[in-house]
Design a binder for this molecule. Structure first.
Ligand code: ZN
Ligand code: FE
Length: 255
């Protein structure tokens, strides 16, 4: 049976996620943006985590590490390359690492770009990906520690996952991402339709996540480097895919 998931807001626009294996009752938390809403989610669900999976070192993903560790004695796992910056870390992982969780295996994917050591967590059996600040709905993370080609490779890796993979992300940025996406891919009907849905959800204060790899491939300009219409719009018909990605990222930074 696939994992059960509880997604909730933290801070102003971060997501917290609890997941539970329905067969074994094991619970993990993905990132620790803020203590109070996490405790409320644990209270609401009755799901007490014994594992905390960290994607990268930014404060809005690790702030509650020590408080939660003290309260629940949970084990903290995070990227080897950022271990020194992750409070309370017990175990490190990297590309190819696996983590036992309930009756299934979590696979670790290196997805640098937003930070140099960012990892994503993939559950092939459940078909779930936790991409944090690498891939957003209709967007991708800002390139704070890496050149564009590094992020391009990470996004390419994620875009090769099965299209029905359900994707959880670190932030609710979808509305502004949609507004930007329409500027580089204005004639994409699927994108136009999605932008309308996103507007309606946000007007209702409802989350736009999770998404799927398939939905992102159809609408997220940061995965659509090969699309002829986007290339024509940018005047980059002959450019390499990572150059197209870099130009879209540059435009978003100035949007
Ligand atoms: Zn971040
Ligand atoms: Fe973040």
């Amino acid at each position: 049976m696939p994992v059960e998931i509880e997604q909730f807001m933290c801070r102003s626009d971060n997501f917290g996620v609890l997941m539970r294996d329905p067969e074994t009752g094991d619970v993990a938390l993905i990132d620790a943006p803020e203590e109070k809403p996490i405790l409320e989610a644990i209270e609401r669900t009755g799901w007490q985590p014994k594992l905390l999976l960290i994607t990268h070192h930014h404060a809005d993903h690790v702030e509650a590490n020590l408080a939660l560790k003290e309260r629940f004695g949970l084990k903290i796992i995070g990227p080897e390359a950022e271990a020194a910056k992750i409070p309370g870390i017990d175990d490190t992982v990297r590309e190819g690492s696996t983590i036992d969780f309930g009756n299934e295996e979590i696979q670790v994917l290196d997805t640098p770009g937003h930070t140099a050591g960012h990892v994503s967590y993939y559950l092939p059996h459940s078909g779930v990906l936790f991409a944090a600040d690498t891939l957003f709905a209709l967007g991708c993370g800002r390139l704070l520690e890496c050149p564009p080609a590094v992020m391009y490779e990470s996004l390419k890796k994620l875009s090769d996952l099965p299209s029905d993979t359900v994707v959880y992300c670190g932030h609710e940025y979808t509305l502004s991402n949609a507004q930007f996406a329409l500027t580089v891919d204005p004639d994409n009907k699927v994108l136009q339709e999605r932008a309308r849905k996103v507007e309606a959800l946000r007007a209702d204060n409802r989350p736009t996540l999770p998404t799927t790899i398939g939905e992102e491939l159809a609408t997220n300009p940061f995965l659509r480097w090969a699309d002829p219409a986007i290339r024509a719009h940018l005047g980059m018909q002959q450019a390499s895919s990572d150059e197209v990605f870099a130009e879209i990222r540059r435009r978003k930074d100035n949007f």
